[in-house]
Write a protein that binds this ligand. Sequence first.
Ligand code: FDA
Length: 437
Amino acid sequence: VFEEKHFKYIIVGGGVAAGHAAMEFTRQGLHPGELAIISKEGVAPYERPVLSKSYLFPNEAARLPSFYVCDEDYKKKRLLPQWYVNKGIELILGTEVVKTDLASKTLTVASGRIFRYGTLIIATGSEAIKLTDTGVQGADAKNIFYLREIIDADELVKGMKRKYKGKAVVIGGGVISLEVAAAMRINGFDVSLLYRKPWFMHELFTPAIASFYEKYYSDKGIKLIKGADVVGFETASNGELKTVKLKNGKALQADIVVVGIGGRPLTALFKGQVEEEKGGIKTDGLFRTSVPDVYAVGDVATFPAKRYGDMRRVAQVDHARKSAEQAVKAIKASEDGDFNIEDYDYLPFSNSSYFDLSWCFYGDSVGEPMMFWDKRTTSTTKPKFVTYWYHDGSVVGAFLEGGSAAEERGLAAMVRLRPTVPKDELARKGVSFATAL
Ligand code: FDA
């Protein structure tokens, strides 16, 4: 029988949100021994987006400790494992929570050990949706990879070494698939990118934005196969992958497959104990759930998006950081009897980079999209363009390719204001409307 261990605060999950919550706790004032982070992963919290980018590069690949969670001003303060020791934060790694009882405030981990908390932060993130879940034939073949955690990335890197410069098929037209396809191309693979939709990044990209990136990908030698539905995989007698079979009867040769078809929030541990909405754990603007002393942050939280008047679940790293900080501020404020803390004001943000391109997006993609190229862009300069989403006389969202860090900050500030501007003035100013603020 294990002794029970008690912590004032426990964070379940040791990803991006957990790392940023720990940092915020120390800013707000934390005593040694008060906080524990229990994580299934064997390493301290790190910046997950690196896994589909520089982690996979052939040269100077990113490896820990270079991308442990770090503060907003990047690289100024990186939370190395020793940082947690110094702060008296217990990092309980390689440990899966398998049962929770929110009524008695206890968590049980795989070994049977029980933890008791005063306040709980749920930060379990998401898991990758698998083709085996949907019963795609042969989806358990060797050399089919998914990417969520560092161990997945390590497996993929090993697979890439085994199948060096072979035929790679990347399934999915979302942000992770695009990044992985680019990284595999940089590694010399013969890459095909398959997606169901008529253009990739279908949720965010307009046809005009997509056509720029699709041409770029094609020029880099990546084959784009649109409207593709994968129905199965054929394997050789040794279990090695041979082909990817499509619904239209075609088959593609493949040595290695990476599947990026989306994520699913990890909420099962709390089912029936806490209110849910839109597939996530329902919270208020302070990330409090329906259960007292239980907060949910990052990918798992469905929270009120104040400026849009709706409930949203957001699987983006910027939100993971900010929601974690907000929850910790709220916890500390409630202990101090301060109930004036403002609700979370989320401005949607996403970004990505591939090859020598990099884009960012802020706001809402509703209304009429208007795209403008930087007039100084030539065939020899780096591409630079903007797309505004124009709605009821205002700019409500903006996308920028090729902007500097200062321009990206300016873009965020501009979108946050939802500026009202006549359409012809916006057209006349083009890119400078975004970058001049
Ligand atoms: P996160 O997934 O980071 O952490 C959850 C942690 O909980 C994990 O350590 C997990 O092991 C642990 N856990 C789960 N269940 C547990 C249990 N029962 N017991 C113990 N531990 C448990 N976003 C973006 O804005 N820009 C980008 O470029 C990218 N790129 C990107 C690439 C890749 C490969 C991925 C997988 C994701 C991205 N994202 C992204 C998304 C971004 O990484 C994601 O939104 C944040 O990591 C979410 O942070 P969380 O802390 O909520 O979950």
